[in-house]
Write a protein that binds this ligand. Structure first.
Ligand code: FAD
Length: 477
C-alpha cells in the first residue's frame, strides 16, 4: 500500500528524513501539501509568506517531477484532508517531519492518534531544528531561560545529524489522487501587486537556498562576526525565509559552517552557528511557553500601560516616523519582505519604547510582512526587545535611533537605499535631518515636514516617559 508523505514547512528534497524514509521503503509514495486553513489558528502564513509559499510550491513540484513523482495539493483542515487522501489512495502509512509550534503540535498529535485508531501507521521525523526542543534540559530536568547555558548544552549535546542526500527516485502509485491547481489558491497578490519587488531579491525554493548558502560560505562567513551588524553590508546569510519554509535544513547550515582542512576556526563560523542556536532557543521557549506571541513571559508586564495611538502605529508601519534608520528599516520590510537584524531591533525598540505601543501589535505586523516570519523567532525576539522575554534586554536599555544609525550605518548608505528623500543629505545629518541647518536642508532639496516627516516624538522626552511608565510595574514580581 502507498505511503503519504505530508510536506509542511519542509519544502525540500535534500536532508528530508521523512522523504528519505518514504523513498527507501520501496512503497509507492503520495507527496501531499495541505493549505491548512480549515481551522482559524492553523493558517500559519502572513500575506508576504503567501507569496513565498506559491513560488516555493512551484519549485517543489518541479523537483518532485524530476525524480518521477508528483505533488498533490489540497486545501482544508489537516486531519480531514489526510484521512480523505488515505481513503482515496488506500495508503496505510503517513510520514512527516515534526513541527514545533503550539498549534502544529496539537494538530499532529491528535492526527497521529486518529490515524493509529484507524490502523494507519503515522511516523514523524526530526529535522526542523538542530535538536528537538525536548532534548536539551537543565540539570534539574527543566527548561532553559537564558541563552548562554542553552548554547553550552547545545554544543555538548553533540553535532546535529550529518545531512542526507535527496533520493534520486521515488516510486509512484499507479494513479495519483486529484490535486488542486496552485493558481486557484490565489496566494499571489494581484491589485495592487505589493510583492512586485520581492523577486528582485529572492529566489524561493531549494535551489535558491543552496545558491545563497554557497555564496555565503564562499564569500562572507569568515567575516560574519564583524559585518553582521552593518545593514548596508551584505554580511549575513539571508537564509531566514528559506529556513522558515524548510527549503534548507539547519543541520545543513551547521555543517556548512565547518572548517576546510587546514583552515582555522574563525569567529565568523562560531558566531554563525550561535545564531542558528538562537533559532533553536526560540523554539525551546515556544515549546515551554505555548502563548509566546500573546503572553508576556515576565508577567509584571501584564500591567504595563500601553498606548493605543493608531496614527503613530500607522506612521511606523509606513516608515514615516522622521527617524531615518527606523524609516529605512520599515520600508525595507515593505519593499523586500525582509529587514536586517540590527534594524529589526531598532524599529522594534522604537515602537515599544518611544511610542509605548504594545509589542504584540508590532509582532503581528512583522508576521504579516516578513517573508521569514517564524512563530518562535518573531515572538521571542519581540519579547526580548520589550524586556518581558526570557533572557531579555532590560526594558530600560532604550535604543537611541540617531546614535544607532550613526554607529551601524555611518555614511547613511542603508538609509539612502530605502529613503530616497534623503539621498542628497550629507552623512553628518543623514540620521538627524531635524538638526540640519536650513542651508543644508535646502541644498539636499528637502523641506522637513513636507518631503520627509518631522520626528514623530522627541526621543529624549519619549525615553523619560517610557521610564516613568516602566517604573510603575518594575516593583512587583
Ligand atoms: P543570519 O545572520 O545569516 O543568521 C542565520 C540564521 O540564524 C537566520 O536565518 C536565522 O534562522 C537564525 N537567527 C539569526 N539571528 C537570530 C535571532 N536573533 N533569533 C532567532 N534566530 C536567529 N528571525 C526569523 O527567522 N523570523 C522572524 O520572524 C524574526 N523576527 C524577528 C523580530 C525581531 C523584532 C527581531 C529583533 C529579530 C527577528 N528575527 C527573526 C531574528 C533575525 O533578525 C533574523 O533571523 C535574521 O535577521 C535573518 O537574516 P539572516 O538569515 O541573514 O540571518
Amino acid at each position: 500500500a502507498p505511503v503519504i508523505l505530508w510536506f509542511r514547512r519542509d519544502l525540500r528534497l535534500h536532508d528530508n528524513h521523512a522523504l528519505a524514509a518514504a523513498a527507501s521503503s520501496g512503497r509507492p509514495v503520495v507527496p501531499l501539501f495541505i493549505l491548512e486553513d480549515g481551522n482559524d489558528d492553523a493558517m500559519p502564513y502572513g500575506a508576504a509568506q503567501a507569496w513565498w509559499l506559491h513560488r516555493s510550491l512551484e519549485r517543489l513540484t518541479a523537483r518532485l517531477e524530476a525524480i518521477g513523482s508528483r505533488l498533490i495539493l489540497r486545501r482544508g483542515g489537516a486531519a480531514d484532508t489526510v484521512f480523505s487522501v488515505a481513503d482515496e489512495t488506500g495508503a496505510d502509512a503517513v510520514f512527516w517531519n515534526r513541527r514545533h509550534d503550539a498549534c502544529g503540535i496539537e494538530i499532529d498529535s491528535a492526527l497521529k492518534a486518529g490515524l493509529r485508531a484507524r490502523g494507519i501507521d503515522a511516523q514523524s521525523f526530526a529535522g526542523q531544528l538542530l535538536h528537538d526542543p525536548t532534548r536539551l534540559k537543565t540539570k534539574t530536568g527543566g527548561s532553559y531561560k537564558v541563552f548562554t547555558p542553552f548554547w553550552r548544552a547545545l554544543q555538548q549535546g553533540g553535532e546535529p545529524d550529518t545531512p542526507i542526500d535527496a533520493p534520486s527516485s521515488v516510486r509512484s502509485p499507479e494513479r495519483f489522487p486529484a490535486s488542486d491547481r496552485l493558481d486557484d489558491w490565489s496566494l499571489l497578490p494581484t491589485k495592487p501587486d505589493w510583492a512586485s519587488r520581492f523577486g528582485e531579491v529572492w529566489t524561493p525554493g531549494e535551489e535558491g537556498a543552496q545558491a545563497r548558502l554557497s555564496v555565503f560560505v564562499a564569500d562572507r562567513i569568515g567575516d560574519y562576526d564583524r559585518t553582521r551588524d552593518f545593514p548596508a553590508i551584505d554580511g549575513t546569510s539571508q537564509l531566514s525565509p528559506h529556513l522558515a519554509f524548510g527549503e534548507i535544513s539547519p543541520a545543513v547550515l551547521w555543517h556548512a559552517a565547518r572548517l576546510d582542512e587546514g583552515s582555522r576556526w574563525t569567529e565568523g563560523l562560531v558566531t554563525f552557528r550561535k545564531e542558528l542556536a538562537w533559532r533553536d532557543f526560540s523554539y525551546h521557549l515556544l515549546y515551554h511557553h505555548r502563548k509566546l506571541d500573546s503572553e508576556n513571559i515576565d508577567r509584571r508586564f501584564d500591567a504595563f500601560e500601553w498606548r493605543r495611538d493608531d496614527e503613530r502605529f500607522a506612521a511606523w508601519t509606513r516608515g514615516m516616523t522622521g527617524y531615518p534608520i527606523v524609516d529605512a528599516g520599515m520600508r525595507q520590510l515593505w519593499k523586500h519582505g525582509y529587514m536586517h537584524n540590527r534594524v529589526r531591533m531598532i524599529t522594534a525598540s522604537f515602537l515599544i519604547k518611544d511610542l509605548l505601543i504594545d509589542w504584540r501589535r508590532g509582532e503581528q505586523w512583522f508576521r504579516d510582512t516578513l517573508l521569514d516570519a517564524d512563530p518562535a523567532s518573531n515572538a521571542a525576539s519581540w519579547q526580548w526587545v520589550a524586556g518581558c522575554g526570557a533572557d531579555a534586554a532590560p526594558f530600560f536599555r532604550i535604543f537611541n535611533p540617531v546614535l544607532q544609525g550613526e554607529k551601524f550605518d555611518p555614511d547613511g548608505s542603508y538609509v539612502k537605499a530605502f529613503v530616497p528623500e534623503l539621498a542628497e543629505m550629507p552623512a553628518k545629518y543623514v540620521h538627524r535631518p531635524f538638526e540640519a541647518p536650513a542651508p543644508v536642508l535646502r541644498q539636499a532639496g528637502i523641506a522637513l515636514g513636507t518631503d520627509y516627516p518631522q520626528p514623530l516624538v522627541d526621543h529624549r522626552a519619549a525615553r523619560d516617559r517610557a521610564m516613568e511608565v516602566f517604573a510603575r510595574i518594575r516593583g512587583g514580581h
